[in-house]
Design a binder for this molecule. Structure first.
Ligand SMILES: Nc1ncnc2c1ncn2[C@@H]1O[C@H](COP(=O)(O)OP(=O)(O)OP(=O)(O)O)[C@@H](O)[C@H]1O
Length: 372
């Protein structure tokens, strides 16, 4: 975590729509200066949670603090939050400068800055988001990336303590998106903001956030730094959600792992992590599995196909003792000696993760296992 003190604290926050619980008893603390990403499948409750923090969601339970203030009963306009939501479009009939000035011009007279001050602040903000020369244009005359920058300038105009972003780059093409998110992270650092970003893009979350909260069915399944989530995913769900996943059912017997027809120490280099005896699910990324020549050991798999993709060779591998459709993909740097199709091999799972396989009640039920 970065920064000092509390940015946002949620206590036992829940929200139910009719019979649908969208958010269930969430506790969450975001430090001041921290950049948090909220990820999760569609319907997991990300937007609802963000709307609760923003004060835009009526009828929730629990409490919300922003900084030192309990804002549970405070309306959105008094929460001192900036938000840029994908569907929170710019006002089409106002030019860029008027859009950015909007939040200031609608303030009650007592707290509204003078015209000159608003003009100066808008100019400085447009410089900050690098669209200083577009002040007189209308939204329809801007590119998608420029519109996003103007939306952010508008969100920042009231000097919020907290910036909430809901899929702000959803409509942008991948290259612009990559550029603008790096820029946003720089802006967050420079202005000392606390930011919460909802995104569907796991890569974006891993790249930009200090911590990531993975939501599932209205609850936080895991929260941690990108490295913690990569190195120690709490569940198969988190592993799958964060990237391409190779998954093989197996079992632990007497502390040793067996996958299909192959045992640890012969065809398999076992994971560094351990699990109690019983059915397990082994999970890895295609580039974290090692492919080794069988060299006289009982082979764990056979190479079924190989193709070149950029700097990697993509092997299609058929693990011994599994149905043919259980083939797995392994990515190996293309400068390594290649292994021909049909060759028996060992599999190095030392960087893999292992989870008790709750769907399989006993070792003999483990799918794909040949017990011979
Ligand atoms: N206004 C509403 N009325 C009824 N149900 C709602 C309402 N808003 C959200 N929901 C339901 O609450 C659940 C959570 O929705 P939410 O929009 O928070 O999910 P999300 O994670 O942001 O999804 P997405 O990634 O698709 O935007 C879903 O089941 C959704 O159908």
């Amino acid at each position: 975590m970065t920064g000092n003190g509390m940015g946002v604290a949620l206590r036992n926050v829940s929200c139910v729509f009719g019979r649908t619980p969208a958010v269930r008893g969430i506790d969450l603390e975001v430090a001041r200066g921290e950049f948090l990403a909220l990820v999760g499948p569609s319907g997991a409750g990300k937007t609802t949670l963000l709307r609760i923090i923003a004060g835009l969601q009526p009828g929730y339970e629990g409490s919300v603090r922003i900084g030192v203030r309990d804002v549970t009963r405070v309306p959105a306009r008094d929460r001192n939050i900036g938000f840029a939501f994908q569907n929170y479009a710019l006002f089409p009939h106002m030019n860029v400068a008027a859009n950015v000035a909007f939040g200031l011009t609608v303030r009650p007279r007592a707290t509204r800055p003078g015209r000159g001050e608003i003009r100066d602040r808008v100019e400085a903000l447009l410089q900050l988001v690098q669209v200083g020369d577009l002040a007189g244009r209308y939204p329809s005359q801007l590119s998608g990336g420029q519109r996003q920058r103007v939306s952010l300038a508008r969100a920042l105009a009231t000097e919020p303590e907290l910036l909430l972003l809901d899929e702000p780059f959803g409509a942008l093409d991948p290259l612009v998106r990559k550029e603008i998110r790096a820029w946003l992270r720089g802006l967050h650092n420079r202005l000392g903001l606390t930011s919460i970003l909802v995104t569907h893009d796991q890569e974006e979350a891993l790249e930009v956030a200090d911590r990531i909260a993975v939501l599932r069915d209205g609850r936080i399944e895991q929260i941690g730094t990108p490295a913690m989530l990569e190195d120690a995913p709490a569940s198969p769900f988190v592993h799958r959600f964060l990237g391409e996943t190779v998954s093989l059912p197996g079992c632990i017997v007497g502390g040793a792992i067996r996958l299909g027809g192959a045992w640890e120490g012969t065809g398999i280099v076992p994971p560094r992590v351990s699990a109690p005896d019983g059915p397990v699910l082994l999970m890895a990324r295609p580039h974290t599995i090692g492919l080794l020549p069988a060299s006289g050991h009982a082979p764990a798999a056979e190479v079924a196909g190989v193709s070149r993709r950029g700097a990697f060779l993509r092997y299609r591998v058929a693990p011994a003792g599994y149905p043919p459709e259980s083939g797995i993909e392994i990515h190996v740097p293309a400068d390594r000696p290649s292994i021909p199709v049909g060759r028996a091999c060992r599999l190095d799972f030392s960087r893999a993760h292992m989870f008790p396989d709750r769907a399989t009640s006993s070792v003999s039920d483990a799918p794909g296992l040949v017990t011979a």
